[in-house]
Design a protein around this ligand. Structure first.
Ligand code: ATP
Ligand code: MG
Length: 453
């Protein structure tokens, strides 16, 4: 994260001029003053990211300014201060460090020394900001969740994640609600060489339209009514790391244009700012919509779609993941049984059937919530039965089944049996009669399909 404005406070004209020139060459906006009183004036009018502060000044001591910063409320951002000192005043430099100065340099200093201290201060400030972001946005619990599933669907996704993680390609993750899009995005970051760098997310659907540009790119002090201080946007926070633009389909055409520029040119301006900032960020976007349809409708820029769709990952719905449904259900059963201190052995056969035939419109999240509730409802039982799951029968399973050309006869038979069992609430006699087979045949088929155990 590059600093913007630097203030030099030094009474020695030669030092001030040399430093000013060097900083301007490095594209910083520079102000310089020669006394504490002038410094106070300038600081009252503008925000600075960094101050070079001389210790001995005509109207006092640099430590006074640091003491002043320390009296300001916590939530007010203070500039990072680097003390400039002559050999004679090392003691006061130490004093300054105690008062919160970031570093000190000894006169005469070289241009390289200045560059080193700037780099250090910039990366420190970046870390502080990322830290603040995480302490305000901590997502409880789920951080370590791994992508579970042994079936071909999840194995294929895992393979794609592995492939793309080693690159910095832009990824577009699509899938219905609750299929695991955020999980996949985090996994890509975790397996990439950026893993130790920031991972920043923006939920584009959750932020009000008028604030989202500032969330993305930050704003300058006074950019709009409530912009009392300069603010760093999430792209800057994610510099050298990964940014997840969640629910990307929801952004306005205005922001789409700005995002396109970040992807193409890797540059942007803060809201209300004139300075062009550079970022180097790996972008992952996700959506539960069909973005190509949004493009057709004219809701989403085609050029942006292509920029995002470099490496698409489509996450199939839970209902297409076969026995992984049971694997996940068992995992959640154990997790929530432990969480609530309840002992349970597993699911009844009917409950398993119900899990397998339900359509899970809310996908893994729905499954997770269903199981947590069922665990609590079953605290006086040995196992979770169908009633505790309380999932609504699916009205359309029968119709979608025949439209899926990848299903073989056995699979269709299996699904149909499960569907019928679901509609009879697990009553096998009724199910057998609906299927026009004997109860014994049904029982054999359930064994054959490993649905009864
Ligand atoms: N394969 C999986 N293994 C384990 N947990 C999963 C899996 N997929 C999803 N989950 C869990 O399900 C929940 C929903 O996942 P996630 O938030 O990633 O979905 P999403 O696709 O981003 O949903 P939405 O579109 O609603 O934002 C999370 O708690 C996540 O940990
Ligand atoms: Mg999500």
């Amino acid at each position: 994260m590059q600093f913007d404005k630097v203030l030099i406070i030094d009474d020695e004209l030669v030092i001030r001029k040399a430093l000013e020139e060097q900083l301007r060459n490095l594209r910083y906006t520079v102000a310089s003053v020669s006394s504490l009183i002038d410094a106070e004036n300038v600081l009252g009018k503008d925000n600075f990211d960094l101050i070079f502060l001389d210790v001995r000044l005509p109207d006092g001591d640099g430590t006074q300014l640091l003491k002043h910063f320390n009296t300001l409320p916590e939530n007010i951002e203070k500039p990072i201060t680097v003390v400039i000192t002559g050999y004679g005043s090392i003691e006061s430099a130490v004093e300054c460090m105690k008062l919160g100065a970031f570093d000190y340099i000894i006169k005469p200093f070289s241009l390289q020394e200045i560059e080193v201290v700037l780099k250090k201060a910039e990366s420190y400030s970046h870390l502080v900001k990322v830290n603040q972001f995480f302490s305000c946005n901590s997502t409880e619990g789920d951080l370590q969740q791994e992508l579970l599933g042994e079936g071909p669907v999840v194995q294929h996704i895992k393979a794609l994640i592995k492939k793309v993680a080693s690159t910095e390609a832009t990824v577009l993750i699509t899938g219905e609600n609750g299929t695991g899009k955020e999980l996949v995005a985090r996994e890509i970051h975790r397996l990439s060489h950026l893993a130790s760098r920031p991972y920043i997310t923006v939920n584009c659907a959750a932020i009000a339209e008028n604030l989202i540009e500032s969330e993305f790119f930050g704003h300058e002090k006074g950019a709009f009514t409530h912009a009392l201080q300069k603010r760093i946007g999430r792209f800057e926070l994610a510099n050298n790391g990964t940014i997840l633009l969640d629910e990307i389909a929801e952004i306005s055409p205005h922001l789409q244009a700005k995002l396109l520029r970040v992807l193409q040119e890797k540059e942007f301006e803060r809201v209300g700012g004139t300075k062009t900032l550079k970022v180097n960020t790996r972008v992952i976007a996700s959506t539960n919509r069909d973005l190509s349809k949004s493009v057709e409708r004219g809701d989403f820029r085609e050029d942006l779609f292509y920029r995002l769709n470099v490496f698409p990952i489509e996450i199939p719905p839970l209902r297409e993941r076969g026995n992984d449904i049971l694997l996940l259900a068992n995992y959640f059963l154990k997790r929530y049984a432990r969480k609530h201190g309840i002992t349970l052995n597993g699911f009844s056969d009917e409950a398993k059937n119900a899990l397998l035939v339900h359509k899970w419109p809310g996908n893994v999240r729905e499954l997770q919530n269903t199981i947590e509730r069922a665990v609590i409802l079953s605290n006086d039982q040995q196992e979770i039965n169908e009633r505790a799951l309380n999932i609504l029968p699916n009205a359309h399973v029968g119709t979608t089944l025949l439209e899926d050309p990848t299903l073989d006869l056995e699979a269709i038979e299996k699904k149909h049996i499960l569907h019928v069992l679901n509609t009879t609430h697990g009553n096998r006699t009724k199910a057998a009669s609906l299927l026009k087979i004997s109860a014994r045949t049904l029982s054999n088929k359930l064994k054959q399909y490993a649905l009864a155990n």
